[in-house]
Design a protein around this ligand. Structure first.
Ligand code: AMP
Length: 116
């Protein structure tokens, strides 16, 4: 999918929209979901313009790995390093509504399996 830099997460990255930021480094930003589905619900996004996880080229595999590391770091910092779930929706039919790649970090309640 083509990347549209008018999406809400691109605007958060440009600081045009406020977000409750919990972690940032040179490659990613993490902030609280505005409509949390668990006591901890943070989104980890790359600073690079990638619309969907499956769109990332091979050259960005290290960045994808970094997002997973950052998601774990967020969970640890937030006191949920023992149990958390990461979710990445790819495509509208899978539930993706914002087309800037994001990793959901969910914790703090029982997380059923299989997911919906
Ligand atoms: P997805 O459905 O996987 O694309 O997830 C998008 C997530 O972004 C949803 O959980 C929304 O609640 C969240 N969201 C949308 N707008 C904002 C915003 N301005 N700040 C924080 N989270 C947002």
């Amino acid at each position: 999918m083509n990347y549209d830099d008018g999406n809400v997460f691109a605007r958060i990255l440009r600081r045009e929209i406020r977000a409750a930021i919990v972690y940032e480094d040179d490659r990613c930003l993490a902030f609280r979901d505005i409509d949390p589905k668990a006591p901890l619900h943070v989104l980890v996004i790359p600073k690079a313009p990638i619309a969907c996880v499956g769109d990332a080229p091979l050259a960005q595999r290290e960045l994808l790995g970094h997002l997973l590391w950052a998601a774990g770091e967020v969970a640890r910092r937030e006191g949920h390093g023992d149990a958390f779930r990461l979710v990445v929706n790819h495509g509208a039919a899978a539930g993706q509504s914002v087309f800037h790649l994001h990793v959901h970090v969910l914790a703090g309640r029982a997380l059923g399996w299989p997911p919906g």
